[in-house]
Ligand binder design. Sequence first.
Ligand code: TXE
Length: 479
Amino acid sequence: MQIENFIDGKFTTPRNGTYLDNYNPATGEVITKIPNSDNEDVELAVKAAQKALPSWADLPRIKRVEWLRKIAKALELRKDDIAMTESMDTGKPISLAKRVDASRSIANFEFFAEHAEKLVDEEYEMADATNYVIRKPVGVVGLITPWNLPLYLLTWKIAPALVMGNTIVAKPSELTPLTANLLCEVLTSIQFPSGVINVIHGLGPSAGQAILEHPQIKAISFTGGTSTGKIVAQTAAPMFKKLSLELGGKNATIILDDADLPTAAKGAARAAFTNSGQVCLCGSRILIDSKIYDEFMPLLIKEVKAMKVGNPAKENTDIGSVISHTHMEKVLSYVDLAKQEGGKIATGGGRIILPKPNSNGAFIEPTIVEGLSIDSRCATEEIFGPVASVHQFTSDDEAVRMANITEYGLAGSVWTSDLTRGKSLAEKIESGILWVNTWLHRDLRTPFGGVKNSGVGREGGDWSLNFFSELTNVCVKDE
Ligand code: TXE
């Protein structure tokens, strides 16, 4: 199978005629070839987006809301196809792809349709004047997304950008192009206006960089690693593009001594190993009150050992492969480093070789490391795989200090039976999101994003609508 760029409503071959192999990481097999696009392809996409912009921007917002609902309905008809495609492209279990990726990709369109429909234009009265705020689209926007939740994170940006009247040049990760391609097929099937959404496939430094550098692309919404985020910022900031950066994380799961330990053990294991730990919100550091450490650890290990690592196409698989052999080597190198840093493997710690058809897949067993210092490299660098470290604390204040020690500040969770204590602790953690007695429980109206090296800006609800709008205040003096 070979996929193409999607430009001006047509599937279009790359100008340079070159393609890249795309693999199924759970089998090691090449599944498709994708365009190895460069700035010439991005130029074509930007021209198409510019041509489509006036009529799309001039549509009444309610008409754009209707288009979002049409896309959601059409995606709903292909929900199983989305899940199977995402599972094949990422190696994630089909159950997770159904429950999270496919359903949320559709929900993003439904949510932003409703949220934009309810948007009221603001007015501010003065004694002798009236101010009213008008929203205009930013224009042509660039969306660059990662491989861990491919369609979920792409539609998280596409939906608000569309409904606020912008046209789009999007580049999914070269590791996971397939569901973006499926979305383009769906857009074609419902005769979505050509040129409003354009999808360019290819590598970051060539196709991605060309999007960052293009003078007619007025905003960049980027989700990916912190190091790439720096490159994005260096390129886009001097061009005064609007910038939203959703980057890495090294999140703490804090278990207080009064927590319901069996529930907290389930929650901590889920937070650490969902999607093989390849979610920026994962709780990769588990901080445990020393008073209950000996009681809690066996419960946690039991939960982790019960997670079935297997063929992601099977419904009863809990843990699939990681995204690639390269990433597997990176994650396993951190397990080696953990041992050098004085850590002890409490469970897991190695690659798993499964029977055919997965014998060449990139599978790592869920791993817990004990005994690392809180400022060790393994406990402060983002591993982004199924490896979590556990640490003890003796007071709530120490737990806060440990949680805040890394350069990241994205998310975390606190487990306790005393909600006042939990909220007090949550409010002291330097992060953008903090759950109490739950994890990855999402209300899409809330602000999403991180502090420190986890990013700049917030998306979600009004924050997304504001990012993808230019606001003008008109102040009219009373007669
Ligand atoms: O990121 P990369 P990955 C983070 C997660 C992890 C990373 C994993 O924490 O660190 O994302 O995704 C393109 N110019 N989050 O490895 O490599 C690249 O082609 C322009 C945080 O994919 O940064 C891909 O499309 N583009 C997040 C995209 O950038 C470039 C939630 C991301 O690639 C480029 C999910 C360049 N020079 C994952 N180089 C959150 N906080 O919400 C690469 N790209």
